[in-house]
Write a protein that binds this ligand. Structure first.
Ligand code: ATP
Ligand code: MG
Length: 301
């Protein structure tokens, strides 16, 4: 006999832990599962307006990196990403903004193999890389700089950068020259422990380390977090420089306005869904985006 929770929308069922699948037609309930295998899609999109994927499907054709309808989360039965789409074309700098808890970090972690994708697909140059282990993603050209704890504080700047070439140690000199051209201060401070650097300099070490592997796409998770306004300006400038040096960049940012200013295209995520997508220039002028996501910053500008 049903206790009534199977009449709830699927999202509430998932949150209540009651069901991970829509109930079968005969009314029998399904026992809760430890973790849904990819084939059993947790359908918590019931009752939610479907996202128009037309622009994504057109733009993602031939993209360097694309994520299609990615569903992922941490707790069994609760999805944080709800069929999220993203694409990045060669040489683009693409921003991801959205409120706290929207799933921005989860999206880049899922692409980088740190959060298991329950359904959906990630491809790099058309090859399926969904749920590959992180070291294989690095070898294929994906770089990632996490939001926190992104340097080895006890190691020197140079040792941190060496860690970045652990898969190809012979390339160290050549990559070090590339990184030093973008971040000259790192060459000047190569013997200094990373833990003794300023927050802005530590971000340079973190980005530099990821660049040592010559990534085709660099995923940056909130590089400006915790920095003073002046250092935040520097980090945005650095991200632009990295992009100008030929590296495709995906940048998650809490500083939404700044992020849109430097992004060719950007995504607004909300509750793990694509809320708005467009050029940085269009989104920054969009009244809805301003009202919902740039409010206080817009007033301050
Ligand atoms: N390791 C975890 N275990 C369980 N839940 C998590 C974990 N990490 C994140 N979450 C949850 O997933 C949701 C999305 O988190 P995520 O870190 O992706 O958000 P975000 O958009 O990056 O937010 P912020 O702007 O605060 O960094 C949040 O509700 C968060 O509490
Ligand atoms: Mg985050």
């Amino acid at each position: 006999m049903s206790d009534g929770t199977d009449k709830l929308p699927a999202r509430e069922q998932a949150v209540s832990g009651k069901l991970t699948d829509p109930p079968p037609a005969d009314g029998a309930t399904t026992p809760p599962q430890a973790e849904a295998p990819a084939a059993v899609l947790i359908d918590d999109t019931a009752g939610v307006e479907a996202v128009d994927r037309t622009a994504h499907l057109a733009g993602a054709e031939g993209a360097l990196l694309r994520a299609d309808e990615v569903v992922a989360g941490y707790v069994p039965g609760v999805n944080i990403l709800n069929r999220t789409d993203l694409y990045v074309r060669e040489s683009e700098l693409v921003g991801i903004i959205g409120p706290n808890g929207a799933g921005k970090s989860t999206l880049v972690k899922a692409i980088f193999g740190l959060v298991r994708i329950r359904s959906g697909r990630v491809t790099l140059r058309g090859e399926d890389i969904t749920n590959l282990p992180t070291h294989r993603l690095v070898a294929r050209g994906i770089g990632y700089v996490p939001q926190i704890n992104n340097v080895f504080p006890r190691l020197t700047v140079e040792e941190n950068l060496q860690m970045g070439t652990f898969l190809r140690p012979k390339t160290f000199r050549q990559r070090m020259d590339f990184v030093a051209a973008i971040f000259p201060v790192l060459a000047a401070r190569r013997r200094q422990r990373a833990g003794s650097l300023s927050g802005g300099e530590r971000q340079m070490v973190a980005m530099g380390r990821a660049l040592m592997m010559e990534p085709s796409v660099l995923l940056l998770d909130e590089p400006s977090a915790g920095l003073s306004p002046v250092l935040q300006d520097e980090v945005f400038f650095q991200a632009k420089q990295v992009n100008a040096a030929g590296v495709t960049v995906v940048m998650v940012e809490q500083n939404a306005r700044r992020c849109l200013q430097i992004s060719q295209r950007a995504y607004v995520l909300d509750q793990g869904r694509n809320a708005y997508t467009g050029t940085g220039a269009d989104l920054i002028e969009d009244p809805k985006v301003i009202e919902l996501y740039l409010g206080t910053l817009a007033k301050a500008a």
